[in-house]
Design a protein around this ligand. Structure first.
Ligand code: SF4
Length: 367
């Protein structure tokens, strides 16, 4: 086939029902959204709101907060009201917190009716309250907390087991006419996870929340999530994503956004096209690429900036870039759209690139 046209995703989106998580639409033709989860004790309202503000600033669109105790439930009204982005309450076992979250103005609730039912069967009331308040529910099936019955049937958390569990959970709401559902079927193994979501995508039209659970520390978790989300999103599967890292949640958001940008599911912003360096390099490419990245961080316009280690291939290799530098002899050739516009001493490369980036950004905004 033809290579992907820049600006277009790899495949059309799977057709899913559209839900409203507060101000953010999920599913249908709504853009794939990025979410994360706070790591603070939810009852610590100040710390939680502070982290939500940081997440919002980093581009997070939906935030989930855990609600394991009454103190946490009591904090929800203030958090839901003051958060700049929709808040999802994450609840296990306790129906009373589900009602509290709905009353508190949370935009959605993550709860599995299966585990509610084991203790206090109020699934029907939950369906009624959620539908009355226009609050969707995420059913989150996790390899680690799979139903005993299904573990026995399948031997372990196979894709089939995860999907059967998710669809069974859905049926507990469907029997009460409730269908404002999104689903996740998370597993720590990207291959199992991808197979589970593929099967699930084929068997229902609910929007899907992608996640590789317990993906690990930043490096491993980033790779696992990028690979798994990449496989699914490139087939059009996935409506909202959460990267799970054993790292601060802002890092999860950065990774999530980068994954969407890489797949053309979101307008790219700053992109550094830097060479890997080689024996011809006449400058420390890694350091220069880091300095340019840091200097241009936060630029909102889409901009490809090439950082090349030598003048031999520099401008040629980076013709597609908006702006770039090729270094040699203690100098940097600065080029715009592949044309060298000036040569500056090495010490001035970063500031010149920033200056030129600003000029280009200004021209782009004027257009
Ligand atoms: Fe090597 Fe120059 Fe290519 Fe960088 S741009 S990889 S230094 S040939």
């Amino acid at each position: 086939g033809l290579p992907a046209v820049p600006g277009r995703p790899l495949a059309p989106r799977r057709v899913s029902r559209r839900l409203q998580v507060g101000s953010v639409a999920v599913g249908g033709d709504a853009p794939v959204s990025v979410q994360s989860m706070t790591t603070t004790v939810t009852a610590d309202i100040g710390a939680t709101l502070q982290q939500i503000a940081e997440l919002t600033a980093s581009g997070c669109q939906i935030v989930r907060v855990a609600c394991p105790s009454q103190d946490d439930a009591d904090a929800l009204p203030v958090i839901a009201k003051k958060s700049q982005i929709p808040v999802i309450a994450d609840i296990h076992f306790q129906p009373k917190y589900v009602f509290a979250a709905i009353d508190a103005g949370c935009a959605a609730v993550r709860v599995n009716p299966g585990n509610i039912r084991q203790f206090d069967d109020r699934v029907k009331e939950i369906a009624k309250a959620a539908s009355g308040a226009g609050v969707p529910i995420r059913i989150g099936v996790n390899a680690g907390s799979l139903d005993k019955r299904l573990l026995e049937k399948y031997g372990k958390a196979t894709p089939e087991a995860l999907v059967e569990s998710a669809l069974w959970e859905c049926s507990l709401f469907e029997e009460h006419g409730f269908r404002d559902i999104k689903i996740s079927v998370k597993h720590n193994d990207p291959v199992v996870m991808v197979n589970a979501y593929r099967q699930l995508a084929a068997r229902c039209d609910y929007p899907l929340h992608l996640g590789v659970t317990e993906a690990g520390p930043a490096f491993q978790g980033t790779i696992k999530s990028a690979v798994a989300f990449g496989a699914l999103l490139s087939e059009g599967i996935g409506d909202t994503i959460r990267v799970s890292l054993s790292a601060p949640p802002v890092e999860e958001v950065k990774v999530g956004i980068q994954i969407l940008e890489s797949l053309n599911l979101r307008q790219r912003r700053l992109e550094i096209v830097s060479c890997p360096s080689c024996g011809r390099a006449q400058v420390d490419v890694y350091k220069l690429a880091d300095q340019v990245t840091a200097g241009l961080e936060g630029m909102e316009v889409p901009l490809r900036v090439a950082v090349m280690g030598c003048v031999v291939n520099g401008p040629g290799e980076a013709r597609e870039a908006d702006l770039g530098v090729a270094s040699g002899n203690g100098k940097g050739q600065i080029f715009v759209k592949g044309e060298v516009i000036k040569t500056v001493p090495e010490s001035k490369i970063v500031e010149t690139l920033i200056e030129e980036a600003m000029n280009i950004a200004r021209r782009m905004e004027d257009e």
